[in-house]
Design a protein around this ligand. Structure first.
Ligand SMILES: Nc1ncnc2c1ncn2[C@@H]1O[C@H](COP(=O)(O)OP(=O)(O)OP(=O)(O)O)[C@@H](O)[C@H]1O
Ligand SMILES: [Mg+2]
Length: 272
């Protein structure tokens, strides 16, 4: 489904600040795989997502999605195929527009269907039906400005929005990191349900190692723009947080990791 070959990106090339953020990274992800990504601050996780989504372009290498080379395709032309959610619940939705309007916009963009002006009864009931599956009572709040929802509610709606039209790939960049522990847990469960039901090929970045090992089917660790660990199957089942820290302590040595080691989703002040 996703083939990445020798992807390379250097920021500020030729200056004192030169930074090799992606170092000839290659990766193949099969259809329906749910891959979790860990690695210390600055390891290149978000850069990898930016390169896949087309927010930045690589210096070398290629990205192929479902047989189509998209390496240099403009970001807006990939948006239909790639859903993306960020850490900040304020990103990705338009705060002053209502829940229904936000859903209509994203539905239009991803399904290619023109809803025209206004939202029909049929679409409203489709959105309400989708919202009901979240179990958060949001189907009653179709006409509320989305900016009035809590962070967790917004992330849940964002998840629905970018999976309604079954994207080929879902990119989650620490999408639960800014939520309180209980809400983060709820959004993680929703994520697993939505991904499983839609059989959506998913990459999820998290600083929470136990979530990374528990969720999904495969875990990658990035360091200095390279993959330094790729775990799946029984190898992954046998991996534990202490074992991983013992083996890769160096590559994981940052405050957020240590804070979240024992207790998932402890909020930290160091959320960049
Ligand atoms: N647009 C950019 N311009 C310049 N440098 C960048 C840019 N994006 C990322 N970098 C640099 O590339 C490196 C990798 O950054 P990246 O954001 O991919 O790390 P990350 O693994 O997502 O880290 P974090 O866990 O802190 O989110 C860092 O040194 C970062 O400063
Ligand atoms: Mg990042």
């Amino acid at each position: 489904m996703l083939q990445i070959n020798n992807l390379t990106k250097t920021f500020y090339a030729g200056t004192a600040n030169e930074k090799l953020a992606m170092d000839h990274l290659s990766l193949q992800v099969e259809k329906g795989e749910f891959v979790t990504l860990i690695g210390s601050n600055g390891a290149g996780k978000s850069t990898l997502f930016n390169l896949i989504a087309g927010s930045i372009l690589p210096d070398g290498g290629s990205v192929v999605l479902d047989g189509e080379e998209i390496t240099f395709l403009p970001e807006y032309r990939r948006a239909k195929q790639i859903g993306r959610i960020f850490q900040d619940p304020m990103k990705g939705t338009a705060p002053s527009m209502t829940v229904a309007e936000n859903m209509a916009l994203s539905y239009q963009r991803t399904s290619g269907r023109k809803l025209g002006f206004g939202i029909s009864k049929k679409e409203r009931s489709l959105f309400a039906e989708k919202l009901r599956t979240l179990g958060l009572g949001l189907e009653e709040r179709l006409d509320a400005p989305i900016g009035l929802l809590s962070g967790g509610q917004r992330q849940a709606v964002a998840l629905l929005m970018c999976t309604m039209a079954a994207p080929k790939l879902l990119l989650l960049d620490e999408h639960t990191a800014a939520l309180d522990p209980a809400t983060a847990e709820k959004v993680q469960q929703l994520t697993e349900e939505i991904v499983r039901q839609g059989q959506i090929t998913t990459l999820m970045i998290t600083h929470n190692i136990s979530s990374a090992l528990r969720m999904g089917t495969r875990t990658l660790m990035l360091d200095a723009g390279r993959i330094v660990m790729d775990l799946q199957g029984s190898q992954r089942e046998q991996m534990t947080v202490p074992k991983l820290l013992e083996r890769f302590g160096q590559g994981l040595d940052n405050d957020r990791f240590l804070l979240t080691r024992e207790q998932p989703n402890v909020p930290s002040n160091d959320q960049n």
